[in-house]
Design a protein around this ligand. Structure first.
Ligand SMILES: [Zn+2]
Length: 602
């Protein structure tokens, strides 16, 4: 990925007033010099979410969310930093300067843009056919029979691919899409595979078309459902892998459901697109479906941006259980809590909602049990349960899943609970559980401010942070001092060091926002809380800084003096210690005000 130039980030920060940006998502109420609202990141009745125009940052007293305009967008839209920068740039009409873009990269990006355009327009074209074409009457009839009305078809942009070998080819060619682009998109096939000069024909014919979106809502592929049961080909035909679409990366419906999943921190994983659409329309909206494949580690990583727990619905047959097994391994390995829901036999969520109504399905969702409880309650047979050997055998199966859980505390809890419930010694179970599995490749370390407690730097460090961010003169003074030799051995000063070594200018809001943007989410959040904390008196910054330096230098001096006393016989050590002592005295002279500020009483 090309990097976005830091100047560009600052330029975008300067053009993106945080009050205007946040205010474009939900109304803000003025409260003194700040603005407040009900926090969008946690459930609350009285507003504890504040936006400060002066500091160009936001923070929530309730859940700890906070940061600059970039972090707000990242958190609210669940997008990454480059994407947040791009969206704010688009909003401000700034073109992004991306560094070091190779010719190859440019070609790739241009192709991507063209393919997105093609998918977007094709989706609309399929949709128009479904709504208007005479030849689509059976497709409309089918949707009706599945209880899907026009509104729903519009919301999910459901379409119809005409029963023709070249309807799409002719239309797309008329829209000036090149043959190579059509082939790359997977919407058409080459008559002779691998021969780019052979004729092309439509991949999807006489099918109900579901556009597949990525999580930010771009159409990147299609899934076509058969309408004539006699027709050749599978029940579903999906787009092949293309520069836009990798099967194991996409969760169907996520672009619509992500806000609901993020609110609940929980996702219901369903099997098919129709299940998902029916459930979503019936009001069970925190749903996703793996697209055209079993659940993958990439899916788990994607889902982890929004959810901590997952509800799976087992198909009651052995094949369904085997498929679920792999999904369980992936979910446990990804650090999810897993609950299991049950369907009446022969029903899927779609058929169940249509027959028994949304409430019946919602009850099933709510009744979903923790995976281990479910196993013990439903899968442990009476015969197994009655013998120690039976229970130990069962425990062995369960220990496989526990050993996948990356969180050690959670593993320990699970082991204890299971040992009690299975009436076997805890140590026995402990031994069955293997050493901790490493987190799966591609599983991001969660850095989610809304759900994690922040550990604030100690009081004096927080005050210095706050002052350095607000007081240009103080920051300049510290930067002229050999500050690194002071903070390098004081724990908890990482954020402070970042402020000192940055190019940050406290008087310039864009520069402050640019600095915020350079921080990981957790640090940006911490800093916005420090800024917002009225108990931290920024006027004390200089005093605290000088005291910190004095105390640190004093500590080192005592250490060296002790060495000198203890090793008076060894000339080499003596010499080194004397040298170090001299360095400390030099440092002390750099902090000229130390004696006056640190010990006024002496
Ligand atoms: Zn909050």
């Amino acid at each position: 990925m090309p990097r976005i130039a830091q100047e560009t980030v600052e330029q975008i920060a300067a053009a993106s007033d945080i009050v205007a940006v946040v205010g474009s998502y939900f109304p803000l109420k003025r409260a003194g010099t700040e603005y407040r609202a009900i926090c969008p990141f946690h459930q609350e009745k009285t507003p504890s979410f504040f936006v400060s125009p002066a500091k160009q940052s936001y923070y929530c007293h309730g859940c700890g969310a906070g940061g600059s305009v970039f972090q707000f967008l990242m958190q609210y839209e669940n997008i990454d930093f480059p994407e947040a920068v791009r969206r704010l740039a688009a909003r401000a009409g700034i073109s992004i300067i991306e560094e070091e873009i190779s010719a190859e990269e440019e070609t790739r990006q241009n192709l991507r843009k063209r393919l997105l355009r093609l998918h977007f327009e094709t989706s609309a074209w399929f949709h128009r056919h479904l709504l208007r074409a005479k030849a689509a009457a059976h497709a409309r009839g089918y949707l009706k029979s599945r209880g899907i009305n026009i509104e729903t078809a519009k919301r999910w942009q459901i379409g119809f691919a005409p029963n023709s070998w070249d309807a799409l080819v002719r239309w797309a060619t008329g829209e000036k899409f090149a043959k190579e682009e059509l082939v790359e998109s997977g919407l058409v096939k080459l008559q002779e595979e691998g021969n780019p000069r052979s004729r092309i024909y439509d991949r999807f014919r006489d099918r109900l078309m579901f556009p597949i979106h990525n999580d930010i809502g771009e159409v990147i592929a299609f899934s076509g459902r058969i309408l004539d049961p006699q027709a050749p080909g599978g029940k579903y035909v999906n787009s092949p892998e293309t520069p836009l679409f990798t099967k194991g990366n996409v969760l169907f419906g996520l672009h619509q459901s992500k806000r609901f999943i993020a609110n609940a921190r929980q996702a219901v994983v369903l099997e098919g697109q129709l299940d998902l659409i029916t459930a979503f329309e019936a009001g069970i909206q925190n749903v996703v479906a793996p697209q055209g494949t079993a659940l993958t580690e990439r899916h788990a990583a994607l889902l982890h941006r929004f959810a901590d727990s997952v509800i799976l619905f087992f198909d009651a047959d052995p094949a369904g259980e085997r498929a679920a097994e792999r999904a369980l391994e992936i979910l446990f390995g990804g650090g999810f809590q897993v609950r299991i829901g049950e369907m009446p036999s022969g029903e899927d969520p779609d058929s169940m909602i249509r027959k028994f109504g949304a409430e019946a399905f919602r009850d099933r969702v709510n009744a979903a049990e923790d995976f281990f409880d479910f196993q013990i309650n439903r899968k442990l047979s009476a015969a197994e349960s009655n013998t120690t050997a039976g229970r130990v055998g069962f425990a062995r199966k369960m220990s496989h899943f526990i050993s996948l859980v990356p969180d050690l505390v959670l593993r320990d809890t699970l082991i204890s609970r299971l040992a009690v419930r299975l009436r076997i010694p805890r140590d026995t179970l402990q031994q069955m559980v293997r050493a901790p599995a490493r987190p799966a490749e591609g599983t991001p370390l969660t850095d989610d401010v809304a759900t994690r407690q922040l550990s604030m730097p100690r009081h004096d460090l927080s005050v210095i942070c706050k002052s350095a961010l607000l007081d240009r003169e103080l920051l300049q003074q510290i930067r002229r001092q050999p500050w690194n030799s002071i903070v390098k051995s004081i724990p908890g000063t990482e954020l402070l060091s970042k402020i000192f070594e940055s190019g940050l200018d406290p008087g310039d809001p864009a520069s402050v926002a640019g600095f915020f943007a350079s921080l990981p989410t957790s640090e940006a959040s911490m800093l916005s809380h420090i800024l917002a904390n009225k108990e931290l008196n920024e006027e004390m910054g200089l005093l605290f800084w000088m005291r910190l330096a004095a105390a640190e230098l004093q500590r080192r001096k005592r250490q060296i003096e002790a060495i000198l006393r203890l090793s008076s016989e060894d000339p080499a050590i003596q010499e080194q210690a004397t040298q170090e002592l001299k360095e400390i005295l030099d440092l002390q002279s750099c902090f000229t005000d130390i004696s006056r500020l640190s010990s006024p009483a002496q």
